[in-house]
Design a protein around this ligand. Structure first.
Ligand code: PLP
Length: 481
């Protein structure tokens, strides 16, 4: 919760106590140089023993609550008919308002089932913005993904509160161009992962529904960060300022035909689910569930996680839970702006995003500026961030690079894991790095997988810039840090 100090300054204050902690270590810059080399300059391939603060992702890394851990101890480990499932289904009904719940092992499993049931070769799937796994599943099913975002969406220096909005005029155009029969569904992602965790407004969601309903196209909602999106609606959409997170979530869900989420984010567990009020959709998806995930009452999740998800769904409606990461991210972004580090604005839902095009204007996209920046951040701080740029795009069928709209290094702020002093440390090292940005060079692939290459691809620094950056760091901070 943001609390005003007597000086007038607002600070994000944790509305929880930390009773279980995990040790972390800060390797020296010499070790960091070796480690990033061993990882092929890909932060996904670092071992956590070499990482000080793990800001790779908020996926599956949020701190669970005492009540979630307690619920895990009383899970009902039955293959079929588990009571744990019925607690989850009750939570889905109470929080989201859906009668049918389908557990899956994580978000991409829901996307796989969506593609299997709804998507045919030649289809066009419309969405406010893609996520890597969503796009991969739609394309593997033979469809094309078309993003219909507003002009503000790609402006990394925006003041627009809802950069995740879908452009309504472009939506109508797309439906007229391709025909509703070619569009299996329209997908709204809350919040948009790849363009900075940016939310959409309730007004926009309602307007999207009005159009999709007119053409009888189902509206699919990816609610991986649903509570954060609801928190932004409360903060930024005047009409909803006095509504609770629960009320906002229910209002959003009232227009949704099919819901899914990666439980690894808003609900702080390692699982996923799909939910709907349409029996027809439920039956169609359920038919494939045992083939790919498991029986209807566990769907690939452990029953412990099913229990924890039931609690997590209810807890995410607490404004202090929904706002825990957004408030810290806002603090992070404001400090970076003060220090002239090019950061994506307005602050979003899952991470602080550094704009690599502005941080490293000397690097062409063919040299992967976001990947180079993520590696450099690790070298300068021991903090692991994630590349969200051209490396996260795969080549096209002819083998050509597909340049990403944005080149971002994403520093995730998992819920309730890091404190303000951690953020202050990262701000300091990013400021130092900005002042030495000319030392950061490009990257070149030495091993490049064809699909989702960002996970396992290995790269090398052009002209050995990593060593030069490490030397500059040692000159300023000595050999101990
Ligand atoms: C918006 C969104 N959708 C889907 C997924 C995929 O979920 P999972 O990682 O649980 O498979 C993610 C993961 O980060 C996501 O951010």
């Amino acid at each position: 919760m943001n609390i005003r100090l007597s000086t007038g300054k607002l600070i994000p204050v944790e509305m929880h106590k930390i009773r279980i902690v995990q040790r972390t270590t800060l390797p020296t810059v010499r070790r960091r140089l070796e480690a990033i080399g061993e990882a092929g300059y890909n932060t996904f391939l670092l071992r956590t023993r070499d990482v000080f603060l793990d800001m790779l992702t908020d996926s599956g890394t949020n701190a669970m609550s005492d009540n979630q851990l307690a619920a895990m101890m009383v899970s009902d480990d039955a293959y079929a008919g588990s009571e744990s499932f019925y607690k989850l289904a009750d939570a889905v009904k109470d929080v989201l308002g859906f009668n049918y719940t389908i557990p899956v092992h994580q978000g991409r499993a829901a996307e796989h089932l969506l593609a299997k049931v709804f998507v045919k070769p030649g289809d066009v799937v419309l969405m406010n913005y893609h996520f890597t796994t969503t796009k991969a599943h739609m394309e593997l099913a033979g469809a094309t993904v078309l993003e219909i975002f507003t002009n503000e969406a790609l402006n990394t220096e925006s003041t627009s509160p809802f950069r995740g909005n879908l452009d309504l005029a472009k939506l109508t155009d797309a439906i007229e161009t391709y025909g509703p029969e070619k569009i299996p569904f329209v997908r709204m992602e809350a919040t948009t992962n790849l363009i900075g965790g940016q939310p959409f407004s309730l007004e926009n969601l309602r307007a999207v529904k009005k159009i999709t309903a007119q053409f009888k196209i189902p509206l699919v909602f990816d609610g991986s960060l649903i509570s954060e999106n609801a928190y932004f609606i409360k903060q930024r959409e005047k009409k909803y300022a006095d509504e609770s997170i629960s009320q906002i979530i229910r209002e959003m869900m009232s227009v949704v035909d099919l819901f899914y989420l990666s439980g690894r984010k808003s609900t702080s567990v390692r699982g996923g689910l799909m939910a709907t009020n349409e029996k027809k959709y439920y039956d169609q998806i359920l038919a494939w569930l045992p083939v790919y995930e498991g029986f209807a009452t566990y769907g690939g999740m452990s029953t412990k996680e099913v229990e924890a998800m039931a609690v997590g769904l209810r807890e995410m409606t607490d404004v202090n839970v929904a706002g825990a990461s957004p408030d810290l991210i806002q603090y992070f972004v404001e400090r970076l702006l003060e220090n002239e580090v090019p950061v994506v604005t307005p602050p979003g839902g899952l991470a602080c995003h550094i704009d690599a095009k502005r941080f490293l204007p000397h690097l062409p996209q063919s040299e992967y500026p976001a990947g180079a920046l993520a590696a450099a951040i690790y070298l300068a701080s021991g903090v692991r961030s994630m590349e969200r740029g051209t490396i996260s795009m795969d080549r096209d069928a002819q083998g050509n690079e597909v340049y990403a709209d944005l080149e971002l290094a994403r520093l995730a702020v998992p819920r309730r894991v890091y404190t303000m002093s951690h953020i202050q440390y990262v701000v300091d090292r990013l400021t130092w790095l900005r002042q030495h940005s000319e030392l950061i060079g490009g990257l070149r692939f030495i091993e490049e997988p064809k699909v989702l290459r960002f996970f396992f691809g290995r790269l090398e620094p052009l002209a050995n810039w990593g060593s030069k950056l490490a030397k500059a760091f040692e000159a300023d901070f000595g050999t101990d840090l």
